[in-house]
Ligand binder design. Structure first.
Ligand code: SF4
Length: 380
């Protein structure tokens, strides 16, 4: 089993908080897409004979592609890779792009899961984020997606926004639930240095995220979504039964994937690789028959740390015996006090050899995971 991720590095406009790789100039669009198809051919051996069970178009904004652009990429993928009979095909989309015509085109091309960047139902916040859509677009596009026959729909929401009151956040969640979607990804606003928001926070014209308010919003989110029948299967991901993202779950279980397009990451056991995050350089390299890739072999410590980081972010937690067999390292060794403290603070639980974070621990997952990280001898 394996997955393919395709990065479409174009957006209509730059959202203030975003540090993904994208360009708002469409000048190179055709050249990037041609290079991407050629990259698919050049890397045909990367996944061996593994059948592809998940395909994910992310970005950037894949919903900017027209029918011809999408079908030609899919044609090149089908010619070069061995797709399973039934796959999960997720397509990231922005509400303002999802006309009935676009949705029908996506369905005709096999898309069976949408991930829609709604972020907020409050136009004031959408404007603050410099999003290209407004709340009415979000409501209308989900309705149209249902009419087009797409029932597996995920939406993204952001909390931790400036001056977001708990009552407002509750109604944001109610608005999301009213759409009848099957999956919600909710992320705390992060101030990345190389973004417009990062610049404003440094200048003092915007406040940094209020961690205490964000933590309360996270708690409310968990409570309200649980009451509505959503399961939190990863720190930021909530799904109705049977609607986990198979593609993202594969990442967390260490299943190999190939990433195509500028800035896309790839992974196979003991190796990760990433493409250059620059459209012009990506095109130049591919046109010169060179792969625009940097890769690194993962040491045993890297693999262990990755296992801890991803495992602690999920509801499945860490199978300590499985980890010991795989890495010859027992998570508990040297961490007895840390584990006991986390359990006492109700941030984690240890049952039947499975160590996992509780709802309370989830908000601090990355920090907690880093306390278990191994440091390589030569990097001390
Ligand atoms: S649409 Fe998505 S990828 Fe593009 S700038 Fe906004 S958040 Fe970033």
């Amino acid at each position: 089993m394996a997955g393919i991720y395709v990065h479409i590095p174009f957006c209509k406009q730059a959202c203030t908080y975003c540090d993904f790789h994208f360009s708002t100039s469409m000048r190179n669009k055709q050249n990037v897409l041609d290079a991407l198809k050629k990259e698919a051919k050049m890397r045909v051996d990367y996944l061996g004979t593994e059948p592809i069970e998940t395909l994910y178009f992310g970005g950037g904004t894949p919903s900017l592609l027209n029918a011809h652009e999408l079908t030609s990429i899919l044609k090149s993928l089908r010619e070069n890779y061995n797709f399973a009979h039934e796959i999960e095909f997720t397509y990231e989309a922005n509400p303002d792009d999802l006309s009935a015509e676009k949705l029908n085109m996506l369905v005709e091309n096999g898309v069976n899961r949408l991930s829609i960047g709604i972020q907020s139902f409050d136009d004031k916040y959408l404007e603050w984020m410099n999003r290209a859509h407004r709340s009415a677009d979000s409501v209308a596009c989900v309705k149209r997606a249902h009419e087009a026959g797409i029932t597996n729909i995920s939406i993204d929401l952001i909390y931790g926004l400036p001056n977001l009151e708990i009552s407002q956040w509750k109604s944001e969640i109610d608005n999301a639930l009213a759409l009848g979607v099957t999956h919600i990804s909710a992320y705390c606003l992060t101030v990345e240095p190389a973004t417009a928001l990062g610049f404003r926070v440094r200048k003092g014209t915007e406040k940094p995220v209020d961690d205490e308010a964000a933590s309360q919003q996270f708690e409310v989110l968990i409570e309200k979504l649980a009451a509505a029948g959503f399961e939190q299967y990863e720190v930021s991901n909530f799904a109705r039964e049977g609607f986990y993202s198979k593609h993202n779950t594969s990442y967390w279980f260490g299943i190999p994937y190939l990433g195509l397009g500028p800035s896309a990451h790839s992974f196979k056991p003991a190796e990760r690789a990433w493409n250059v995050a620059n459209n012009s350089r990506y095109i130049q390299k591919i046109e010169a028959d060179e792969l625009p890739i940097t890769s690194e072999n993962l040491s045993l410590e890297d693999q262990f740390n990755e296992w801890v980081m991803t495992g602690l972010r999920t509801k499945w937690g860490l199978d300590i015996l499985g980890g010991t067999q795989r890495f010859k390292i027992d998570l508990r060794t040297g961490n007895e006090n840390l584990i006991e403290k986390l359990v006492q603070e109700k941030k984690a639980e240890l049952n039947n050899g499975i160590f996992r974070l509780t709802k309370r621990g989830f908000f601090l997952a990355d920090g907690i995971a880093s306390e278990f990280f191994l440091v390589e001898e030569n990097s001390k």
